[in-house]
Write a protein that binds this ligand. Structure first.
Ligand code: AMP
Length: 456
């Protein structure tokens, strides 16, 4: 016998994961559709990499001292003994695919987009899941600032298209020339304040000092206010590159905020880094407003060297579909995401009518007339009520008599007018009716009076 507690757990998704139901998925699908349309228009091609990869791929790319590798990766041994990992992000697999498919010999740059799940063992909280969906855009094989600007512009356009108000934050983290000098300065500064650092930052100090700037702990956040800033240590080339990115932003009228503490903790990142932030108003007076990172990315010029032994300047980023959906749910009129329910409702009464209905439904599908129905119901009143609730403009009624003589009643749900037609004529008639009647507002129709129903 399963214990009560065990049974309860058995019927729940694992922590940090959730089922997405139709009401979530219509929003998810619409977000993906709009992003995808934009990406394709601007010349990105779709790519899909596996949900799991060799663990060594990420170990090589991310280094084994990053938070992601140390704490967040779902690694496992396959039955055959392979050491695998559920992908925590998609930049590394994208670069792997670039090499694996010889994309370096195609005309450069190679522009790709992808959408799919990523997995991180983080502590779940609002907007943070252990399985989540990322939409990625990448430009590989281009070092000019125009690629950085295009990437940022794409995310800007996508958020506009989805009607999300996201603020762009920008920074540069230099390159192999200037970053080590800055790193030294940063370490020297934090050495003086080592004892004030939180436990995680004490570790980061040794392994990845740039990440110290990322810490949200109050004392660490205060310390960073006086920390040296990368911008003062940039070499001439990085300065020129960043200036050019900012000029593009001005020309494209994309407003931004320079955030000198914005970093990407991974070594393969270089130069431009960016994030898109949405401010979520507090749910009650006690809570502060929340900063939600909906998207982010940057240049990763050194990833190609690490993985393929070849320099491939590249830039890209990702937005979180789950987070964007959450923001939309809180702020937007979701009507346009819900899609229109079918305008025609099929009502059937009795066994013979059900059989005819199933046959007719297929004819309607081929004629591209969406129908909704409630095949398990048998009463005319119940079905008419549903038809009016879903806001159908027309009902098709097949009773016993209609089933016998091969006819269908078309009922105009607004006027109550009805006409009876042979099966063969219904599709043509409905097509012209749907064309002539403007799209209803999808409001539930008026309830039926007894008199109304008795007329049927
Ligand atoms: P990152 O790869 O960390 O730069 O993340 C890119 C985007 O993915 C972020 O801006 C978020 O919108 C989203 N994201 C990252 N981690 C999570 C998570 N644990 N749950 C939901 N969304 C996430």
């Amino acid at each position: 016998m399963l214990s009560k507690q065990f049974k309860k757990e058995l019927l729940k998704t694992p922590r940090g994961t959730r089922d997405l139901l139709e009401s979530d998925l219509v929003i998810f699908d619409e977000i993906k559709k709009r992003a995808e349309e934009l990406a394709r228009y601007y010349g990105y091609h779709k790519i899909q990499t596996p949900a799991f990869e060799h663990a060594d791929l990420f170990l090589a790319a991310l280094g084994d001292t990053t938070d992601m590798v140390e704490k967040q990766m779902y690694t496992f041994r396959s039955r055959g003994g392979d050491h695998l990992v559920l992908r925590p992000e998609k930049t590394v697999p994208t670069m792997r695919a670039y090499f694996e498919h010889g994309m370096q010999s195609e005309p450069q740059p190679v522009m790709v987009y992808s959408v799919g799940s990523c997995f991180r063992h983080e502590s779940p909280q609002k907007g943070r899941f252990r399985e989540f969906t990322q939409f990625d855009l990448d430009i590989l094989g281009e070092d000019l600032a125009v690629a950085d600007a295009t990437t940022i512009r794409m995310f800007n356009l996508i958020f506009k298209e989805i009607k999300i108000d996201a603020t762009l934050e920008l920074n540069t983290i230099g390159d192999k020339e200037c970053r080590p000098i800055y790193r030294k300065e940063l370490v020297a500064y934090y050495r003086k304040h080592f004892n004030q650092l939180c436990k995680d930052c004490k570790r980061r100090y040794k392994e990845n000092p740039l990440r110290l700037l990322d810490c949200k702990e109050p004392t660490c956040a205060e310390l960073k206010q006086k920390a040296p800033q990368m911008i003062e240590y940039l070499c001439d080339e990085c300065k020129k590159h960043f200036k050019s990115v900012l000029e593009f932003m001005d020309t494209l009228e994309i407003s931004y905020r320079l955030n000198p503490y914005l970093v990407r903790g991974l070594d393969y990142y270089s130069r431009t880094v960016f994030e898109f932030i949405v401010t979520i108003p507090p749910e009650n007076e006690k809570e502060p407003a929340r900063r939600l990172e909906v998207g982010g990315g940057g240049r990763y010029d050194y990833l190609g060297d690490v993985l393929g032994g070849r320099h491939v300047p590249a830039v890209g980023g990702a937005f979180g579909v789950d987070r964007v959906a959450e923001v939309l749910r809180q702020s937007a009129d979701l009507e346009e995401y819900k899609g229109q329910p079918p305008r025609v409702f099929l009502i059937q009464l009795g066994d013979a009518a059900k059989k005819k209905s199933l046959y007719l439904m297929e004819e309607f599908r081929k004629a591209k007339i969406p129908l909704s129905q409630s095949l398990s119901k048998d009463s005319i009143r119940g079905q008419l009520r549903i038809a009016s609730k879903v806001g159908a403009d027309f009902s098709l009624i097949i009773g016993q008599k209609e089933a016998m003589d091969g006819t269908v009643i078309i009922r105009d749900m607004d006027s109550g007018m009805q006409e009876s037609l042979p099966f063969a004529k219904v599709i043509e008639r409905l097509h012209s009716k749907l064309k002539s009647v403007p799209f209803s507002k999808r409001m539930p129709k008026a309830e039926f009076s007894e008199e109304d129903l008795n007329q049927l």
